[in-house]
Ligand binder design. Structure first.
Ligand SMILES: Nc1ncnc2c1ncn2[C@@H]1O[C@H](COP(=O)(O)OP(=O)(O)O)[C@@H](O)[C@H]1O
Ligand SMILES: [Mg+2]
Length: 354
């Protein structure tokens, strides 16, 4: 088995409610897998199972040649034997210990000699730019500084796997942005294998080598960030990442019928019989004047409103006989009620089956 971590068929039920089902994924050494999904979809539960804090009800979990969990065989390796580290949203530092003692704690437990421990603590505190704070008490540090210390503590023991559960969610926006960038650099520089839980797509985009998009206890789609963005596998994936437009369609008279009455010309090669037509907001162009179609799908519509975004305007329009609401971009502010042309290139269209 060449994968560093492999999960097969993990499942978790709490009081008769299944909160995780059919969880399969593989991870290579040095990867950062981001578990991304809305609150309540099962991210923390999955992370806790991987950590060994919770036992899975079914399936198997392997790491680096070891079988960690296999309930069918009565097997569950305790958390401390896994040699994983965790970072939590609330920092979870020991308040009565100095920063350096917090970071040294795991090394002491491992039995590392004092001099080497000192060197290692200094090294990781330097990596998170906290070396000047070694003697401070965590209570005197800002949230961002506390989270840096907690990351240093997690890395100090050179974990086989680093698990992070919404580590930036307790910080304010500006700090979150800075620490996100630093964390990306740190993960790359240390080469640590990581699983990172978040509900925030920008964190997922900047940190993930791959994203596992989760929804209602299942992995909806797994892949590189670009891949999930470019080719979402479902309406949920299309809606959770980026801003998408969805319209129900079916094949009709050699073309496509959107909704009940809106017909468009389309070459039907490879198009499923029915489903949802998806096009990203950034591929939809809205303009009060008509332009030649040039390989684009062009629909007549009416502008509802424009939202100024700084570099351009978002236009919310209703199009076609069915009055679908679409979001697109426009060069200018378009007054409410103005007739507009809505265009999008055929290549930007995806057909979704669920
Ligand atoms: N110990 C528990 N007992 C009962 N239900 C739980 C327990 N832990 C989590 N849940 C439920 O499982 C679902 C997934 O929770 P969680 O893994 O915390 O989601 P997330 O981290 O994605 O927000 C939620 O509906 C939550 O209420
Ligand atoms: Mg959670």
């Amino acid at each position: 088995m060449s994968y560093f971590l492999e999960a097969r068929g993990l499942r978790k039920t709490f009081d008769g409610t299944t909160v995780l089902d059919d969880i399969d994924f593989r991870l290579e050494r040095g990867e950062c897998l981001v578990l991304l999904g809305p609150s309540g979809c099962g991210k923390t539960t999955l992370l806790n199972i991987i950590a060994g804090m919770l036992a899975t009800d079914a399936g198997e979990l392997h790491c680096d040649g070891d079988l960690l969990d296999a309930p069918a065989r009565g097997l569950h390796q305790p958390m401390r034997e896994r040699r994983f580290s965790m970072v939590f949203q609330d920092f979870s530092l020991w308040p009565h210990m100095s920063v350096a003692d917090n970071v040294a704690f795991g090394l002491k437990v491992q039995g590392m000699a004092r001099a080497e421990r000192r060197r290692r603590v200094a090294e990781v505190l330097r990596q998170v730019q906290m070396e000047a704070f070694a003697d401070r008490s965590p209570g005197n540090l800002s949230g961002g500084q506390q989270q840096r210390v907690s990351i240093a503590r997690a890395l100090a023991v050179r974990p086989r796997l680093l698990l992070l559960d919404e580590p930036l969610s307790a910080l304010d926006a500006r700090l979150r942005e800075d620490l996100k960038v630093e964390l990306g650099t740190l993960l790359r520089d240390t080469g640590v294998t990581a699983i990172y839980v978040t509900h925030d797509q920008s964190e997922a985009f900047s940190l993930a080598s791959r994203i596992a998009l989760m929804y209602q206890g299942r992995i909806e789609q797994i892949g590189a960030p670009e891949e999930i963005y470019r080719a979402p596998a479902s309406a949920f994936a299309a809606g959770f990442l980026g801003v998408s437009n969805l319209m129900p369609y079916r094949r009709h008279n050699g073309g496509l019928r959107l909704g009940e009455r809106t017909d468009i010309h389309w070459r039907l090669n490879g198009v499923p019989d029915e489903g949802q037509l998806m096009v990203r907001r950034e591929s939809v162009w809205v303009s009060p004047s008509e332009a030649p179609a040039n390989g684009c799908i062009a629909l007549a519509g009416v502008c509802h409103r424009t939202n100024f975004l700084g570099d351009r305007h978002e236009a919310v329009v209703s199009v076609g006989e069915d009055g679908f609401t679409l979001r697109g971009f426009s060069d200018e502010r378009v007054p409410e009620g103005t007739p507009v042309q809505v265009r999008f290139p055929a290549e930007a269209v995806h057909f979704l089956q669920r």
